[in-house]
Design a protein around this ligand. Structure first.
Ligand SMILES: [Zn+2]
Ligand SMILES: [Zn+2]
Length: 272
């Protein structure tokens, strides 16, 4: 392998690992270390996962990063061979299309994620590739990439799907990837930060919350969506108590907030 190729691969891997560490690491450090006591009142499940679960999430994420890197390298080489629909200058298609393409990527990914996720909940596939992600019943931000290697291939599949189907600029794909990572990390945050009424608001109810995906990890057969609450509503797969649970968590958070979260923290910080 030439030095150039090794440099290319290292650059891609460092970029994926760096983004994951910055996003998951920053949220983890803030909510699980630095401000752990202060934000206890906003914790969705009133307990913390054991360290061995957090370590498992990080170890699986390491392999996910390698798999993501391999697939992205293939997409980069396909682009060099002009097999993808990448275009070099934003002006080639204008800013309107540039921003539209980012929105389109998010909508495509939301649909792709919902249906591949539901397929992976089919028993044989669940055992084969998705059970690993569900070992986190009380996820932390590090669960964002805690996949079985086969699931990691499915998850990164959205990138070639976009690259081969819609015209895109490289930076639009980067913005989409960062937004996707942000939503993935906040979905696994374990803390609910949105306000009361979010899940019943005319507009906001169509967007997911951290509670939504946290319930998926705790209860498994419900709440499959990623960014939006469109497919779950259309297919009737929201947990029947989703809105009620969200309201209860926010209500509890409101009551606890003024009364000093520290006083409510159990001795030694609860773990599972
Ligand atoms: Zn699942
Ligand atoms: Zn998850």
């Amino acid at each position: 392998m030439s030095i150039d190729k090794i440099i290319d691969i290292s650059r891609v891997l460092l970029s994926i690992a760096g983004r994951y560490l910055v996003f998951a690491g920053a949220f983890y450090l803030f909510f699980y270390v630095w401000r752990k006591r202060a934000y206890w009142y906003a914790k969705i499940q009133q307990r913390y996962p054991e360290n061995k679960h957090i370590l498992r999430e990080i170890i699986y994420s390491f392999f996910t990063i390698l798999i993501f890197g391999a697939v992205i390298m293939l997409v980069i080489y396909a682009s060099k061979l002009r097999l993808t629909r990448i275009y070099p200058n934003i002006s080639d298609k204008g800013y309107a299309y540039y921003f539209l393409s980012i929105g389109l990527m998010i909508l495509m990914h939301d649909t792709y994620f919902y249906w591949t996720h539901r397929a992976m909940h089919w028993k044989p596939l669940f055992k084969l590739m998705h059970k690993t992600h569900h070992l986190s019943t009380n996820p932390t931000p590090f669960a964002a990439y805690a996949f079985h290697p086969l699931e990691a291939v499915v998850e990164i599949g959205i990138v070639p799907l976009i690259a081969f189907t819609i015209p895109y600029h490289g930076t639009a794909l980067t913005i989409f990837s960062l937004y996707s990572l942000l939503l993935n990390v906040t979905g696994h945050l374990g803390y609910e930060l949105f306000s009361q009424g979010f899940t019943t608001h005319r507009l906001f109810k169509w967007h997911n919350t951290s509670t939504h995906h946290n319930m998926h990890h705790r209860l498994v057969k419900c709440n499959y969506g990623l960014y939006f609450n469109i497919w779950d509503r259309l297919m009737g797969t929201n947990h029947p108590d989703y809105e009620k649970s969200f309201d209860q968590i926010v209500e509890k958070r409101k009551k606890a907030k003024g009364k000093e979260g520290i006083a409510l923290l159990p001795d030694g910080l609860a773990t599972e």
